[in-house]
Design a protein around this ligand. Sequence first.
Ligand code: SF4
Length: 311
Amino acid sequence: MKKIPIGISSCLLGQNVRYDGGHKRDSYITGTLSEYFDFQPFCPEVGIGLGTPRPTIHLVKIEQAVHCVGIKDPDIDVTERLRSHAEQQKQLHADLCGYILKKGSPSCGMERVKIFSGVQHNKDGVGIYAEEMMRLNPLLPVEEEGRLGDAGLRENFIQRIYVLHRWKTLLAEGLTGHSLTHFHARHKLIIMSHEDYRELGQLLAGLTKASLEQVAGEYILQLMTTLRKPATRKSHVNVLQHIQGYLKKDLSTDNKVELCEIIERYRNGYVPLIVPLTLLKHHFRKSPDPYIEDSYYMNPYPQELRLINQL
Ligand code: SF4
């Protein structure tokens, strides 16, 4: 399968673009993730011509506005240059299905970047380039390398990448009313693991040929926003029990008891999500159901990423 294009802060790939001429290579990204994703590096500070090595910059609050200025020479203000660099790269970003940012950077940080006000600072900031890039690309799944160490956040990010990739594939193949409702049907259980899928379904209820493009735009924005909130153990249990309902006529009493016990063990945190899912798949191999077979909840991304093994 063709690798999925993902934007990334260049220093995380090991490129020597940091202010000190160094890098911040991340071995999970350059190892495991690079097998599935085609990383496209962006270094906004080099992109606006600051060079390497370069004087350090940071975020400062000046009259209620946040500026990105030199630490030694506050007259160097690169705020607007970083913003317009993100704007200039809008077309390149439009092809991406995700973006990994370097945490803490006044240019690339996604959240909790230091903003100085005199000698005080708080951690409410967002890197200037990252903020503009995210504003211009509201569908794009974005994460920081540091947060990828958390199993739930990692799975959520990669889940969203694959959803957006399938959406872009759908658009490239030609959007129709049927393909849109089929896309929704195949993602219903994933949506259900985040929140009630009926609200999104209602968006599609009055779909006509004339409203297709507008409804599709609203649908994908609402879907990608909904998926930002990580699924919980409780919501996964709801989905597992819902799926179990499709087997009620096919399972023996013993098998039903075993499945309920495994779901309960998952609910109580004794086994990861892969355990009840594997058992369900085993039963559906014997008693196939077209809706469940078609659902991306059962196979959301390559198993080799080992994401649900840790959920
Ligand atoms: S954090 Fe961003 S601006 Fe800083 S070196 Fe890495 S890619 Fe460049």
